[in-house]
Design a binder for this molecule. Sequence first.
Ligand code: ADP
Length: 610
Amino acid sequence: MRPLISRLLSVRRSLPLFLTVMAGLAVWQVWLTWRLMEQDRNLAEQRARERLEQVADLALAQLNSTLGAWELNLREPETLTPAGTVILLSLPSGAATVPARPLLFVPAPPGGVPLPDGAFDAAERLEFRQQNYAAAVEALRPLVERAETRAEALLRIARLERRLGHADAAFAAYDRMTGETAVSPDGAPYALIAEGALCEMAAQACAQLRAALLAGRWPLRRETFEYYWGTKDEPPKEAVAFAERVSRLFEQWRQAGASFSGRRTEPDGSLLLWQAMPSRLAAISIPAGWLDVALKLPANAGDIRWRPESTAAGRYVRRSLAEAQLAGRIEFYSVARSMNPGPGRVLWLAGAAVMLLLVVGGAYAMHRGVSRELRLAQLQSDFVSAVSHEFRSPLTSLRGIAELLANDRIADESRKRQGYVFLERETGRLQRLVEDLLDFGRMESGRKQYHDELLDVLGITRAAVAEFREEAAQAGFEVDLQLEDRTAPIRADQEALRRAIRNLLENAVKYSPDCRTVWVEGHVNHSRVAISVRDRGIGIDAREQREIFRKFVRGSAAKRAGIKGTGIGLSMVRQIVEACGGEIRLESAENAGSTFTIVLPLAESGGTKA
Ligand code: ADP
């Protein structure tokens, strides 16, 4: 036994060192793999960044060349390819767009045309000096027939008819005037004047005017446009902005002269490119979204995209559009998922983790195994010393009494008799102990043979209690027996069963130092019979109640109380009961006592009243 224990102890001592080394190796491997993966990730990150930089450079170079090409196209602006509006300005007053787009007002509209000398003198005299409006109208009628005076004549007729209260006639005159193309001496087109007047006269005419203004029917100065537009509501912002853009461009061109060229992004996101030529300025305004057309990523860009400068988080490369002589910045970013370590690395990491798990799991299993072995070795060693003790003390007493009797040193007959009774009782006890040990050995090696007899378990219990009562009485104990008055047939080994019951009785007495009564009860319930042995002794800790039926195991309360024992009794009881097809139950609480109950199945024939 000792060499085994010392071997186990030495294994136990070197085990932590071994496990520490293994765990250290596993941790090191995991750490190493982790570092390698980190390195991989950084490398991939760096590569992605370099690629983004490269793509951004290429894209901007391409943007520049597209813009350059568009500018080159401005030399023949009428054939421009990108979807935009070409603005053509010419001195002194020309402003046109391709494709044609109305201009609400133009930078330099055509000036007024003076009236033919003296043509209106007669009519003016009648109107202003004589206040004879009807005659004035008549004087004007012939002028309506002449092309160069028609528009002005109609205007005056309409004015006079209104004064005369002839709305219809005024309306007709104005209406006729709206078809005129002539411009009045102060630069206002007659048709516009007529429309304005009609607008006053009729709401429909007003709408007509608005439409004409919006359609850019006449080249107008801004003030003229605003005047005729009126103040009730704003003209469409976009149209105003466009006209303003054209006017601004014209002003800048006039100041800068032939060297005037450039590009810029407008507040509405559109792009304006312009270039002055000796006699005219060509410009193109491309609506917002022009960058999508101009900025083409190289074919190998794959997952790379661009977007205007943003506050979005993540990895991107930012580029200023200053390189393309424009304001603003754009970002290049990748839509690919973040860099993942290669499958090889993941496998390696997983392997390292599994190894770590195995080492930890193995260490735990080894620790449990070695602990269990050590515990069993300890229990066996306790058992050997307990058995020796069980033999040594009675043998010493037996030897003493036997010597006294043999040498005839006890004269008193009654004391002699006590000596003989003692001899008989102790040798009986030793014999039972030896039989128990032999039986235990047989059970352990599987050689124990059980007889299969039909027995009355209540009868056997009664007999076992009767036999034990005498012995118990000598120790000052009383056995209270409550058995049902009937037979309870079971199939079992009589001798083994009697020994099991006796074992429980001996324990009840042994572990009940204060209460001198033990109780035995027997009940038949359906197809089962239950024999319980109860005491009010030291009890068994709840945590030990499952273990207590294993061989060599002894309760802590018994050890504390200094009550000797071998720890094989309950293990034998359980084996016997299970061999009979039954089970043993335990209810116990420390310092409150214990109840052991043997539950056995009744034999087929069932119980009968005695
Ligand atoms: P032992 O020779 O030690 O009595 P057993 O196998 O009969 O061996 O009992 C195992 C342990 O169970 C005992 O050491 C004791 O701790 C506990 N035990 C058994 N019966 C009782 C009881 N009636 N009351 C309290 N403890 C008991």
